[in-house]
Write a protein that binds this ligand. Structure first.
Ligand code: FHN
Length: 424
């Protein structure tokens, strides 16, 4: 789970960027929806009757499916149950602040209308609609920020993209030409035809040179100056750092960063993956990430019919329910002063410290040290406002709460000072 070293190294590389106001919304957002959706949702992990191990969206590579065979999936792709309004309102009900969807994943199939290829959802499928257009309109209507995932290096369909060595000869690929004449023009489409895009989520930066990474960052910023670029553009570039998949650093990191995470074990839909994390686990991960200064980008993999699997829906709604009572301790907060205490996580905003208690003590008593530069004169439960006793000495304070856990997932205690200026 630990990824602190790599993230810290990236943070140093980005020294000075920390003040960039273009990231203000990102620093406050904390929680986003990742959507991996593409042709791989049709086989859903099964090829020629055989379950293919590994993550669902990698089926083409894991089963070494020839381009000519995989391409035929496009002719079957008709997700008539896709409803942009439902997806966006689910994200909002879950308390998410931004949505990032796969415009093009490693399989090379474009989930948007592209003039650069016929291998796209509008031109090559019976569906014939552009879901990214519909999502852009809905995000605008419902006030959610929209970002695009784009696989800039691996493209198993394009003869010059990285990664497909079963159809193409890796040694003779014109990767530079692919970046200049395919990736960049598609980037122009994505950043011209869909309104304001909050971020481009690049991935697997193999093969890409520092010069190519830099020129892609510049290209994005020239088209939409406020559009962020994630760290997987490669070569330590981009506007913020990405941890490894599902990897939460072991301590707070003073950088702008995000954890991409799965609800089960796959990104793209896999019919046989039922290893769902519980709502409690997911909420605690969101809290853990927030308490360390990052964002949690939680994934769903819709089906080929266009539905977000019900177990994902249930979990997202449970997260939203918890956030409705405790979101003040998440959104817009920064890592709190109690980073080392094993028994709680902490977040803060000016005038308030939030203690997140996962495992409520049987006697309801919790001791906290006197924080340097911070005073705690009052304690209460965030969800109900119920005041708690606070017994103070020179070095510690003891919070006395009920003996029954008020919230089995995470009880949030608010600490406030009578002299608010004294707080962080
Ligand atoms: O190879 C991809 C994978 O399919 C998925 O998109 C994840 C999401 O973070 N990124 C890569 C692996 O890290």
């Amino acid at each position: 789970m630990v990824d602190g070293g790599a993230i810290r190294q990236e943070a140093q590389q980005r020294a000075g960027v920390r003040e960039d106001p273009r990231l203000d919304w990102f620093r406050d957002a904390k929680f986003g929806l990742f959507i991996h959706w593409g042709l791989y949702a049709i086989p859903a992990g099964v090829w020629n009757g055989r379950q293919i191990p590994g993550i669902g969206e990698w089926i083409m590579q894991h089963a070494r499916i020839p381009v000519a065979d995989y391409e035929r999936l496009a002719g079957q792709f008709n997700p008539e149950l896709f409803d942009a309004a439902r997806w966006v309102s689910l994200a909002r009900d879950a308390g998410m602040q931004y949505l990032v969807i796969t415009a093009k994943h490693h399989d090379g199939f474009c989930m948007f209308d592209s003039a650069l290829t016929d291998y796209d959802i509008v031109g090559a499928t019976p569906f014939g609609r552009d879901p990214l257009k519909e999502l852009a309109a809905e995000c605008e209507r419902q006030g959610l920020k929209l970002g695009f995932y784009y696989s800039q290096t691996q493209d198993w369909h394009h003869p010059d993209g990285d990664g497909n060595d079963w159809d193409y000869d890796e040694a003779h690929k014109d990767f530079a030409g692919y970046i200049e004449h395919y990736v960049k023009p598609q980037m122009r489409e994505l950043l011209t035809n869909y309104g304001p895009i909050c971020l481009i989520w690049f991935d697997t930066p193999r093969r890409i040179t520092a010069e190519q990474s830099r020129s892609l960052v510049d290209f994005v910023h020239a088209l939409q100056p406020d559009c962020l670029v994630n760290g997987r553009i490669g070569n330590m570039l981009g506007d913020y750092a990405e941890t490894r998949d599902n990897a939460i650093p072991d301590a707070a990191v003073d950088a702008d960063w995000e954890v991409p995470a799965t609800i089960n074990d796959t990104w793209g839909f896999k019919a046989h993956d039922h290893n769902w994390k519980s709502p409690q686990e997911l909420i605690r991960k969101l809290v853990d990430v927030t308490s360390k200064g990052g964002n949690y980008l939680l994934n769903v993999g819709p089906t080929a019919e266009g539905l977000i699997p019900q177990p994902s829906v249930d979990r997202l709604l449970a997260m939203g329910e918890w956030l409705r009572r405790s979101g003040a301790s998440i959104y817009g907060t920064r890592p709190g002063p109690l980073q080392e205490a094993g028994w709680c996580r902490s977040t803060q905003r000016p005038g308030k410290i939030y203690l997140h208690v996962f495992d409520w003590p049987a006697d309801g008593r919790m001791s906290i040290p006197a924080f340097p530069g911070a005073a705690a004169d009052r304690a209460s439960l965030l969800a109900t406002g119920e005041p708690l006793d606070l017994l103070r000495s020179a070095t510690t304070s003891t919070i006395v709460g009920p003996t029954m856990s008020p919230d089995a997932i995470d009880t949030v205690i608010v600490l406030e000072a009578d002299r608010p200026a004294g707080m962080a």
